[in-house]
Design a protein around this ligand. Sequence first.
Ligand SMILES: NC(=O)c1ccc[n+]([C@@H]2O[C@H](COP(=O)([O-])OP(=O)(O)OC[C@H]3O[C@@H](n4cnc5c(N)ncnc54)[C@H](O)[C@@H]3O)[C@@H](O)[C@H]2O)c1
Length: 275
Amino acid sequence: MKNYIVTGGLGHIGSHVVDELISRGDNVLVIDNLLTGKIENKNPKAEFLNCSAYDILSQKVVISRKWDAVFHLAAFSNVRAGNDDPILAQESGLNLTVAMLNLCKVQNIPKMVFVSSVVVEFNPHIPYGIEKDASERYCLYFAKHFNLDVSVIRLHNIYGSPRHDISTGNVIPSFIEQKRKNGKIQISGDGSQVRDFVYYTDAVSAILEAENKKGITEIGTGRGYAILEVAKLFNCPLEFIDRPKGEVDSQVCKKSDYKTTISFEDGIRKALSSM
Ligand SMILES: NC(=O)c1ccc[n+]([C@@H]2O[C@H](COP(=O)([O-])OP(=O)(O)OC[C@H]3O[C@@H](n4cnc5c(N)ncnc54)[C@H](O)[C@@H]3O)[C@@H](O)[C@H]2O)c1
């Protein structure tokens, strides 16, 4: 039985990471400030702490135990909203990343897994990208200067979890919600933007496996789908609106050291059948 801290453990990916650890028989402390996370996502066997990055080292439950690893997933995950609120993007992500790295150093926690994004590679000039890029650099800094064992997972677009909230702004849950509410889907631009979609169970497995990996691993399928192509699968009227500035045209994994197991065809079928 091992002891883990999972930040962002009430979010849609983090809560599945927590569930997997608990089903293995491990103990989990979730740190989450409920920014986008939901209390109903909390595994009943997990402990829960709502505290800010600045207070971590004064939390008895954190400093009185021996931890095997930290899975750090907390961030302001809504990329577009982060463009309008860089302070929130920085506060939620980068500040907590540094705090968690510092906790590992002070408490001699042997491993941290940082969940980053391919935004670092494809669009590092927006607040979400700046935050993730700087967080990765801090991971490198702590690894180099304090000999910390940190591995980084860069995720492509994750979809399929029933807990995926539209407040994160991700395309597939947003399409599901729009169709459910309005019977139609809005597409930014002409829908020619291409993305690489990863079913959430593959992302969760990759994050857990990263405990025993080194370096940076990009998690994608290597196959891109145009947003228009995805929207047509929803079989409802489409409405075209202005595309926000600064979005990249194509984000597809070039090389993954992790083999995804669920094809987009199977994953989207499951996601659509849950509507
Ligand atoms: N969903 C995707 O497609 C995707 C793609 C690439 C990377 N990621 C990354 O994966 C991680 C998880 O994303 P998600 O989709 O589950 O998003 P999510 O919004 O569902 O989860 C993020 C969680 O972090 C919490 N949080 C935010 N700021 C916090 C803070 N300062 N202190 C404590 N908790 C805080 C939120 O309340 C939420 O529970 C994030 O780091 C995100 O950037 C997600």
